[in-house]
Ligand binder design. Structure first.
Ligand code: GLV
Ligand code: MN
Ligand code: MN
Length: 399
């Protein structure tokens, strides 16, 4: 039988990032496309019928597609320079669990599918959970079509090149209507399970989070010939956002604010930038995320004015707090011998689906407590334990 661990090893060389370390696998790029082909082959090898939906998500059906389906899966894309587990662990565990159920001679009493969602990280087009947002209508198709990657390619163009019809992007009631419940297994992205001393947990909540683009405009100029007093350097207010994000978030309980991406244009060592784009990732439990961002935007406007620059702030995505279905959560926790329930600050496709269908998450311990970085890890025994937990869960849910 092919264990989840062996499946992870099969894809271990796909999309390695030789510059950043870890993996860079972005929707419809060469690495992610190779992973899609691998998934199709692996799922077909189990006798599953694989289909792409109109939004670039892949569905592998064990039984005839139909309403009330038990769906499990995750994503295969990564952040830039990400770890090996965020996303793929849920996919390999699902394949391995289906194979184990088949080996037992289990006949699902309900339709069962493995799903691979597109662009969960927003690593190429900027909006996280793009595939599940489109599926559920959380993101308008026209907005998605117009998204651009760093090379200026629109999502519509990339989708068309991948064989999708850009005019058919958008809410997919047929695919959504078939899901009876969704269970996403995922590597834990913090220290929760280390601290609890448990290899597995069920998800309880996801905190509200979003992404905002700050675009600063100044005057490009010569780094040596332009006196300091004559400059309109957009890098200065951009730097203030980095500092303000930490300063202001520190005063809000449980808030997190991060600038992980900053792009000066044109980006030369001896060139004062003419524009700078930076992205703020902000997360606050409850309803405070937009007011946190507004406070940071206010600091940005003041710093921009002081330097004679302009700033435009654009919300690129924002999701509210999510509480996973308590009945399903408790059922799974009991089924797995009373595993703990864990909140998370990380976003997931499961959190998007939770507004539409009963949804649960299973977390697998990460001994480093590090994620979105090459150090992300799960011990082989915990990977196997996660896949075994998924077998137990699917068997019960598909009765
Ligand atoms: C996805 O992993 C996110 O939380 O940004
Ligand atoms: Mn992630
Ligand atoms: Mn993920």
């Amino acid at each position: 039988m092919t264990s989840a661990q062996v499946l992870l090893e099969e894809i271990a060389d796909v999309g390695r990032d030789r510059v950043r370390g870890g993996y860079s696998r972005h929707v419809f790029d060469a690495a992610e496309t190779e992973l899609r082909t691998w998934f199709r082959e692996r799922a077909s090898g189990l006798g599953l019928h694989v289909e792409d939906d109109q939004n670039g998500n892949m569905w592998a059906w064990w039984t005839e597609p139909g309403p009330g389906a038990v769906v499990t899966g995750s994503h295969l894309d990564s952040v830039p320079g990400g770890g090996a587990f965020d996303g793929p662990l849920g996919v390999v565990s699902a394949l391995s669990a289906v194979q184990a159920l088949q080996a037992k001679g289990f006949a699902p009493g309900k339709p069962l599918a493995i799903v691979v969602f597109a662009e969960e990280e927003g690593g190429r087009f900027g909006v996280p959970c793009l595939g599940s947002r489109l599926l559920t209508g959380a993101l308008e198709a026209g907005t998605a079509r117009a998204l651009r990657d760093p090379d200026g390619v629109t999502f519509a163009e990339a989708a068309a090149a991948a064989g999708l019809d850009p005019d058919r992007l958008g809410r997919d009631d047929e695919a959504l209507g078939r899901i009876g419940c969704f269970v996403e297994l995922h590597v834990e992205q913090g220290r929760g399970l280390i601290d609890l001393g448990s290899p597995i947990a069920v998800g309880s909540t996801v905190i509200a989070h979003g992404r905002w683009r700050f675009s600063f405009t100044g005057q490009g100029n010569h780094a040596g010939a332009t006196l300091l007093g004559d400059r309109r350097d957009p890098m200065l207010p951009a730097a203030e956002v980095v500092a303000a994000a930490r300063r202001i978030a520190r005063s809000v309980p449980q808030a997190r604010a991060t600038v992980g991406r900053i792009v000066p244009n044109p980006g030369g060592t001896n060139v004062i930038a003419s524009t700078v784009d930076l992205w703020l990732d902000a997360r606050v439990p409850g309803s405070g995320v937009r007011s946190l961002v507004e406070d940071i935007a206010e600091a940005a406007r003041a710093a921009a004015a002081e330097e004679g620059c302009e700033v435009r702030v654009t919300e690129e995505s924002c999701s509210g707090d999510v509480v996973f279905d308590s009945g399903l959560r408790d059922e799974l926790a009991t089924l797995l011998g009373g595993v703990p329930a864990l909140p998370t600050g990380a976003g997931h496709d499961a959190a998007i689906l939770a507004g539409h269908v009963p949804t649960a998450m299973l977390y697998v311990r990460n001994p480093t407590g590090i994620s979105h970085a090459p150090e992300e890890f799960a011990e082989p025994a915990d990977v196997d334990g996660g896949a075994a937990a998924l077998v137990t869960v699917l068997e019960q849910l598909c009765r």
